[in-house]
Design a protein around this ligand. Structure first.
Ligand SMILES: Cc1ncc(COP(=O)(O)O)c(C=O)c1O
Length: 393
């Protein structure tokens, strides 16, 4: 009997992790596990990273928390560094505590600026645990189902000759909230041409483009941000998860000029920990480590290795329906039935062999999203274990 209210749909398989270091978890019996899910995509540079531990200790000893009445210079310094990372120098930024908040804050600002009834998004995107983007009320949201765009014939244009495109009510849409690739954990990537057309149209009508980089950002997809695979210029970038490496900090950044469009109207978002020095210091150190250690390039290089290994297993075993991924954001869709027996069993058998993966329930999907610091030997060991575990059909 547990006293904890756990999130439904996932069994807590490892009940007593005693410590974690780098890509490894150790249970209370001393058994080692390779963490291939980064604790819900969060530990981008590995558990207990020495530089993050140092910043946590030093900053907490100086000052951890601001009120609304006082601040400290680290917050401004960190904001400037984060804005420079996305070439938003001279723009504005807020530090928050979760990805859900980072998305919601940008949504509120977009609605305040554009004053149009709808925001557009992709029907299969996920944005967080609460707020307007969670509710997806159709009086506030136009959700576009892009599934038919995947098989769209080469050369076909996104224009009014396409019934799907023609149904988008751009005149009522004030913004586009785009999640570049995770799709509620299914790891699907909307087509580049479609996204570029939507962004072009939203900008042409004075709207704002917000990218939700909570999962796809901070090097996960082999670029700093998932939107960079689309050659688009967003106005708002929301980050979470990996930016704190396990510490709960999130960021919403605005291109220069966006906040000016509020004409001085305040963003009413009272949250006790916004712009806390501790979160700001951690976020700044995480991006410094990723930059200095070349971890974006590492993710870009390691991802194809992992994916081609999985493709090989797919061909040899016939037990995998599809492998999808970019960088170290990878989904394995199993050849499974509605009970997802194979997926569940694979997850458990891999755990026995010392590998922690995530399962996206309802879709027969295993996810592999290790820290960007993972090395080749651990990936090879996982691939070997995975092939043994799922065997030959
Ligand atoms: C794509 C995406 N956006 C937003 C969120 C919300 O982030 P958080 O759980 O930190 O609130 C999540 C969480 O899984 C996510 O996957």
């Amino acid at each position: 009997m547990t006293s904890i209210i756990w999130y439904p749909g996932h069994e807590v398989l490892l009940k007593d992790v005693a410590r974690a270091e780098g890509c490894y978890l150790y249970d209370s019996g001393g058994k080692r596990y390779v963490d291939l899910e980064s604790g819900v995509w969060c530990t981008s540079i590995g558990h207990g990273h020495p530089r993050i531990l140092k910043v946590l200790g030093e900053q907490a000893a100086r000052i951890a928390h601001n009120g609304f009445i006082y601040s400290s210079s680290i917050v401004e310094d960190a904001a400037r560094e984060m804005l420079a990372l996305i070439a938003f120098d001279g723009g504005n930024l807020v530090f928050l505590c979760s990805g859900s908040e980072a998305v919601e804050y940008g949504v509120r600002v977009t609605r305040m600026i554009t004053e149009k009834p709808l925001l557009m998004t992709m029907a299969d995107s996920y944005f967080g645990a609460y707020g307007s983007a969670w509710r997806r009320d159709e009086t506030e949201w136009f959700s576009f189902d892009w599934s038919s765009c995947e098989g769209c014939p080469e050369g076909r244009m996104c224009d009014t000759t396409c019934e799907h495109w023609a149904a988008i009510p751009f005149e009522r849409i004030g913004g586009f909230l785009f999640e570049p690739g995770s799709s509620s954990g299914l790891v699907r990537f909307p087509p580049v041409g479609l996204i570029r057309r939507i962004v072009g149209e939203v900008h042409r009508t004075g709207g704002l483009v917000q990218v939700n980089e909570v999962t796809t950002g901070i090097g996960r997809t082999g670029r700093w941000f998932g939107y960079q695979h689309y050659d688009i210029s967003p106005d708002i970038v929301s980050m979470g998860k990996g930016v704190g490496n396990g510490y709960p900090v999130a960021v919403t950044a605005f291109r220069p000029g966006v906040i000016d469009r509020l004409d001085g109207r305040p963003v009413m978002y009272a949250q006790s920990h916004q712009n806390d020095p501790l979160g700001a210091a951690v976020a700044r150190e995480v991006i410094r480590v990723i930059e200095e250690d070349g971890l974006v390039a590492r993710s870009a290089g390691m991802g194809p290795h992992l994916i081609s290994g999985l493709e090989g297993i797919k061909a040899r075993t016939g037990r995998i329906r599809a492998v999808r991924g970019r960088g170290l954001l990878v989904a394995i869709e199993m050849e499974d039935g509605p009970e997802e027996a194979l997926t569940r069993q694979a997850l458990r058998d891999l755990l026995d062999r010392g590998f922690v993966l995530a399962r996206r329930s309802g879709f027969g999907i295993l996810r592999v999203d290790p820290p960007l610091t993972i090395d080749l030997e651990d990936i090879e060991a996982f691939l070997q274990a995975f092939e043994k575990v799922i065997g030959v059909a």
